[in-house]
Design a protein around this ligand. Structure first.
Ligand SMILES: *Cc1c(COP(=O)(O)O)cnc(C)c1O
Length: 385
């Protein structure tokens, strides 16, 4: 079970809404910092452990600065994300550039900032060399293919557009070594919103073994293994958060079993989570404009899927609290809708809620990652605060 409570009262929310027009996204800094420390604590055994916050999840300079102050770097995948990182004071090897289908000028910008470049394909070695020059430190993204089971958002690794095959990654490290690259990293990201900690232990295991083999066969030194992002969050109240201690300890056991004997210690463990870091600590706040009774009962908000598209895009569940009515009986059933001229513009379908009235403030939970970030301007809707 996960608690779906609010870190603010209705009264506090009304005070905020008097200054900031609804709809808006609001974040809980204290909870973000506590969670960041929990993650770092779970990997305190790993020398040089670093989380590179996936900027795309919440490209907000205030959040990026808070996370940087907690020791996090930035995982960027585009030029604007690189610029955001730089403006937030994150540069050099505190940036992981994990892009795909990348234009030349973006590689040049990443090189200019001294970011760690994580290549998506074997053909990108010569592309990078031609357009930006090869750096001293280079990482490659491995796609384990059928070695790894599928996951709902990314799907089966063989079907995914990302990464090198096993043969390609071995060949890629050999080519890069022969071209003078001296420091190496290995990366994989094969899941999204995955709640089973063992999934990440297995990913680390696959990467540790591959790094050990490549180091032995090619005589190269690995500096880090990046196990990617994708740690899920309990969107539904009946789901359980990933126990980071269990994930950390499981990865530590594989590290001790594989990396020590292979002579690769100290090998840094990196991560590039987004959702886990800010997801549960951001809320979309909207006001009820209309309550409509036809064949069903509808609550119409002044927010719409341009403010949070996950329910419409993935059929994702987001918990909803009607502020101040937390303990009222949830004896009504509503579709909670936005105003786009799209029938799938619904935050919830057949949701049990207390009786809703026009003017109520409605809080949509777990909107802190891939929420405001995925916003768009269809129907001429403006981005919210
Ligand atoms: C999306 C993405 C992430 C972050 O994913 P989360 O599910 O938010 O943790 C990290 N790395 C890469 C390469 C990504 O594409």
């Amino acid at each position: 079970m996960s608690q779906k409570t609010l870190p603010f009262s209705r009264q506090k929310l009304e005070q905020i809404a008097a200054r900031v027009p609804t709809p808006f996204h609001i974040y809980d800094e204290r909870a973000i910092r506590e969670n960041a420390r929990r993650l770092v604590g779970a990997f305190s055994w790993a020398e040089g452990f670093k989380e590179f916050f996936a900027v795309k999840a919440a490209p907000n300079p205030y959040l990026m600065k808070i996370l940087h102050a907690e020791g996090f770097g930035a995982d960027c995948s585009s030029l604007p994300e690189l610029i955001l990182a730089e403006r937030a004071g994150i540069t050099g090897e505190e940036i992981m550039f994990s892009s795909n289908d990348t234009p030349p000028e973006e590689y040049r910008a990443a090189r200019g900032l001294g970011a760690i470049i994580n290549l998506d394909d074997i053909s990108h070695i010569s592309f990078l060399e031609e357009h930006a020059g090869l750096p001293e430190l280079l990482s490659m993204r491995y796609n384990p293919g059928s070695l790894k089971g599928g996951n709902a958002i990314i799907g089966h690794p063989e079907e995914a557009k990302y990464g090198f095959t096993r043969d390609q990654v071995m060949e890629g490290f050999r080519v890069a070594r022969d071209k003078g690259v001296r420091r190496f990293g290995l990366h994989a990201m094969v899941a999204s919103n995955e709640l089973d900690p063992q999934y990440f232990v297995e990913t680390a295991d696959i990467l540790f073994r591959l790094a050990a083999e490549a180091a032995q066969v090619l005589g190269i030194a690995f500096e880090f293994v990046n196990i990617g992002g994708g740690i899920g969050i309990p969107y539904r109240p009946d789901q359980e958060a990933v126990d980071l201690e269990i994930a950390g300890q499981g990865i530590r056991e594989r590290y001790d079993a594989i990396i020590g004997p292979a002579g690769l210690h100290p090998l840094k463990v990196f991560m590039e989570c987004g959702r886990l870091i800010t997801g549960p600590y951001g809320y979309l706040v909207a006001q009820v404009l209309h309550v409509k009774h036809t064949y069903k009962d509808f609550v119409g908000l002044n927010a719409n899927m341009a403010n949070l598209m996950r329910p419409a895009l993935y059929g994702a569940y987001h918990h909803i609290t009607v502020a101040g009515k937390e303990s009222a009986p949830h004896d009504r059933t509503y579709d909670v809708t936005g105003s786009l001229c799209e029938n799938n513009d619904k935050f919830a379908i057949n949701r049990a809620l207390p009786e809703v009235e026009v003017g109520d403030l409605v809080v949509i939970h777990d909107a802190g990652a891939h929420g405001h970030a995925m916003g768009f301007n269809y129907n001429g809707k403006l981005r919210s605060a």
